[in-house]
Design a binder for this molecule. Sequence first.
Ligand SMILES: [Zn+2]
Length: 234
Amino acid sequence: MRGVLRGTLLAGAVALLVAPAPAAGGTAPLVCLDPGHASRPDLTTEPIGPGSSIRKIKDGGGAAGEARVVLRIAKRARIVLENGGLRVAMTRTGPDFTLGRGGNVDRAKFCNRRNAALMIRIHADGSSDPARHGAATLYPAWRHGWTDDVYRPSLRAARLLQRALVRRTGARDLGLFRRGDLTGFNWANVPVVLVETGFMTNPAERRRLTSFPYQWKIARALARGAERFLGRRA
Ligand SMILES: [Zn+2]
């Protein structure tokens, strides 16, 4: 028994010695995926930024069917990102936030604590105009003390993700939007973007968004954009 155990330990030590070194610089960067919304709306409020007296509801609920669709996209994106050697954390892997009831402050802090190299908030849009369709990427407006540290890299990430998204899905390019009113941006201490992957209220786009092949297309696009942002792909 002892000899066998020692042999096993020795083999383990040798395996450790010959195992390939992790990516240069140590651990792989972590991408924090934040699929929007939850199983039900949360109409309690939270400050839109640190120290702010302006409060917004935690979760209006999103467009009908959005929460399920964006979770599926996020899970697929996780697979693509991990296959590419990146680490991934998700604010939710089921209907609700991983750490219980939580708004966008908690989701931002979740990604901050993990020192994410990029936080990708994944949403799908809604409109009273059923003809409206297309994809857009939101990024934080510059504000001293809130987003000054993440503004530039977030804008760069937004450009890369939006370009990858439009190219890979063929969705109409609605462009980039700078937002100063989003709680999930103002509390983030890591580069952050919010991708509006399409309109759930447009019948044709809704059909695409709920189809697995299109969800994979979006997932691959988000992963490629993130990889370019992290310098892991030209
Ligand atoms: Zn949403």
